[in-house]
Ligand binder design. Structure first.
Ligand SMILES: [Zn+2]
Ligand SMILES: [Zn+2]
Length: 281
């Protein structure tokens, strides 16, 4: 089953995203469950939740995932922001559960100079805290591969593997791979058979069974630049061969593929990109 779509704006309420996503023929989509640049949000009303979960077109979307807010950082301990991050993440997880969203994509965090090992340790502890504070949630956190910009954790598959290995309840975590991020982090999707090699590495180090979502983005930034700049398909440094391989891969067949590439209000760029990806099948 093809699970293809994009990050859809929730302007006017979360339920509106379903209209927008279905309107451009998404079979999967990603949303923010609250303003992505604010710590906290007004709780959903019953009506908002019902409008989303009972939306007449909801079943047209075979998979809906969420992306966590950008302020959340689990990588630095004992700071005001760490407390706020835990609170904000907890809130987002509850909101996902209310909307029956199975995965919340999260950037592991930034160590802000303390070093990767210290940063990872803090992320692991923070995830354990969240898991024990919210023992009954169905939603899982999907740790996203990052470009490694600044002191961002998660640029190497080994870092994600370490988190999965060391948290107390690994089954509450999954992985989301972003093609632009891994390319900027140094995984060469642009070389011959590059995608096949990169996913083989992911399988060896993390395990493909952990993968629950793909972010299908071209990269404006060069290989290994550690700069996170998304570009439209066909206009970036990765090239179409990698995306063709991803679309045709059997093992990735059931993984939702979400575009996070630049677009205008009418989502016309997403329509073009989805058509292109569909033509690879
Ligand atoms: Zn992301
Ligand atoms: Zn992404």
């Amino acid at each position: 089953m093809l699970l293809l779509g994009s990050h859809i704006p929730t302007v006017g309420g979360v339920a509106k995203a379903i209209d927008r996503g279905v309107d451009i023929d998404c079979t999967a989509m990603q949303i923010f469950v609250k303003n992505n640049m604010q710590w906290l949000a007004k709780p959903f009303s019953k009506e908002e939740v019902t409008a989303f979960t009972q939306h007449p077109l909801r079943s047209k979307l075979k998979m809906v995932i969420a992306h966590a807010g950008y302020l959340i950082n689990l990588g630095v301990e004992k700071s005001e922001n760490h407390e706020k991050s835990l609170q904000s993440l907890g809130e987002e997880l509850v909101r996902c559960d209310q909307l029956q969203i199975p995965y919340l994509v999260l950037h592991p965090g930034s160590h802000l100079g303390a070093g990767i090992e210290k940063g990872l340790h803090c992320v692991i502890q923070s995830l354990d805290t969240i898991h024990s504070e919210y023992p009954n949630l169905k939603v899982r956190i999907a740790l996203e591969t990052t470009a490694g910009q600044g002191s961002c954790l998660g640029a190497r598959f080994e870092e994600l593997a370490e988190i999965l290995e060391k948290v107390k309840i690994p089954d509450r975590l999954r992985i989301c791979l972003d093609t632009a991020h891994v390319f900027a982090a140094g995984y060469d999707l642009s070389e011959k058979n590059g995608a096949e090699k990169v996913f083989k590495q992911l399988d060896d180090i993390v395990g493909l069974q952990q993968l629950c979502a793909l972010h299908i983005n071209e990269s404006k930034a060069a290989l290994g630049s550690r700069v996170d700049r998304h570009e439209n398909l066909g206009q970036g440094k990765i090239g179409l061969d990698a995306f063709r391989w991803i679309m045709r891969s059997q093992v990735l067949g059931n993984i939702p593929k979400i575009l996070e590439t630049p677009k205008g209000k009418d989502l016309a760029e997403d329509v073009v990109a989805m058509k292109l990806l569909g033509s690879f099948l």
